[in-house]
Design a protein around this ligand. Structure first.
Ligand SMILES: N[C@@H](CCC(=O)N[C@@H](CS)C(=O)NCC(=O)O)C(=O)O
Length: 204
């Protein structure tokens, strides 16, 4: 088995690396450089037709893309510690939060990146600054909402660290790298960020 990945800052490959570190599992990693077109070669497109990272390739050549699908697979192979929750309610809450993070938070970072960030320019892809500005406002609103949700909570979805925390951490760190800081006044979110950032897996 091997993981096609790329070093930080891209957030989705990092999700899987943190997940593996939390499980205490080491697998071979092949680092590719999307900016050099290494994810758009015929060989790589045969592994993931979207030409995106991460991709997990099993020994028989079977490939899984989508960071959360890879984590789901790894959870079945390496169940301890559970990172998708234990039991029906916890599992539902973890799913609820990972979906909320994709659709209420990450989507705005992606839109900001596409429409405003200097590195988001792609040949032939139109950019609309007003959509980027709207994404910035919506991202700030989502951070406020998360700050309220984290009041009195150590972790986002359940009482222990889960893949939802991994998704939030990788999103905030990428956004920070792209220039979008978490305002200091959002105390619950800032404390949560400090708490999860000192975990050894955060360096993965
Ligand atoms: N929904 C996918 C997103 C994958 C994705 O967007 N990967 C980025 C890196 S964070 C990538 O490979 N970008 C290169 C490209 O799209 O050309 C996941 O969760 O894995």
């Amino acid at each position: 088995v091997k993981l096609y990945s790329t070093p930080p800052p891209p957030p989705n490959p990092r999700r899987v690396r943190i997940f593996l570190a939390e499980k205490g599992v080491t697998i071979p990693i092949v680092n590719l450089e999307p900016v050099r077109g290494e994810t758009k070669t015929p060989e790589f497109l045969a592994r993931n037709s979207l030409g995106q990272l991460p991709v997990l390739e099993l020994d028989d050549g079977t490939c899984i893309s989508e960071s959360l699908a890879i984590c789901r697979y790894l959870e079945r192979i390496y169940p301890d510690p559970p990172l998708f929750g234990s039991g029906p309610i916890e599992e539902a809450w973890v799913d609820m939060w990972t979906r909320r993070l994709e659709f209420q938070l990450w989507v705005h970072v992606g839109s900001y990146w596409r429409h405003l960030h200097p590195f988001g320019v792609r040949e032939g892809v139109p950019r609309h600054a007003d959509l980027g500005e709207m994404a910035l406002r919506d991202y700030d609103k989502a951070l406020e909402w998360l700050d309220g949700e984290l009041a009195g909570r150590d972790y986002l979805a359940i009482d222990s660290f889960s893949v939802a925390d991994i998704c939030l951490l990788t999103t905030l760190d990428f956004a920070d790298w792209a220039g979008l800081k978490v305002p200091e006044r959002l105390i619950n979110l800032s404390r949560w960020h400090e708490r999860v950032s000192v975990r050894p897996s955060a360096t993965a």
